[in-house]
Design a protein around this ligand. Sequence first.
Ligand code: NI
Length: 264
Amino acid sequence: MRWTDTHCHLNHPDLYAEWQAALFRAQQSGVRRLVVVGYDLGSSQRAVHLTEASDALYATVGIHPHDAAQCDNNALRQLRELAQRPRVVAIGEIGLDFYRDLSPRAAQYEAFHAQMRLAAELALPVVIHCRDAYDELLQVLAEYPAVRGVLHCFSGDAEQAQRGLELGYYLGIGGVVTFKSAEALRSIVRSVPRNRLLLETDAPYLAPHPYRGKRNEPAYLPLIAQQVATLWDISLDALSEQTERNAEALLFTPHETPEKIARP
Ligand code: NI
């Protein structure tokens, strides 16, 4: 069976020193492609650097709302440059976080808009981080109708999921779906269109059951897949085929130029 971990952080200090071992273990469990997601300038540079070391690795570049203050013109110039490297597949993770509120909200909005504009300009999809701000976030996404992306580690309610899907976004589903307490998320996953779900680990965070609370790694992706296959009542083989196709469609299909996707 073949899988893609569409969101992991081999570029994070908890994994970076042993990324080769983590990649090996992932490949042993069938994870053939890993998208290494940036969250600030340094981690975005490390993500791009990793893609030069292994053909299994792809990168995204972006500045997380926690570090929104870092997103000045100089940083945006560097992101634009990094984003045009050959194995960069998206801008992210970007978004709004009103749960931890580690950056002032005005700065979060400014960084989010600037990076949505960059994604639109480069015709790249976006990887969205959102905590306790889905209504505000969906309003911003609606302002960029040509941009598509994934609502990473989706934690909104059923109605917010529906609105995200209507805007053309995918739901990123990770270890949380295996937690005992996550019945609301499991019910959303049961009814999500089959062509709109991406599997992800968010390693080193959010390890699935039975590793909850421990360091997560991409090798655990099949535990998440097993839970989704159960919810959809399909075989692991069928899930692999479907989710590989989904990852292909959003992240690994050469992107059209902004002119081509501009609506009449
Ligand atoms: Ni992440």
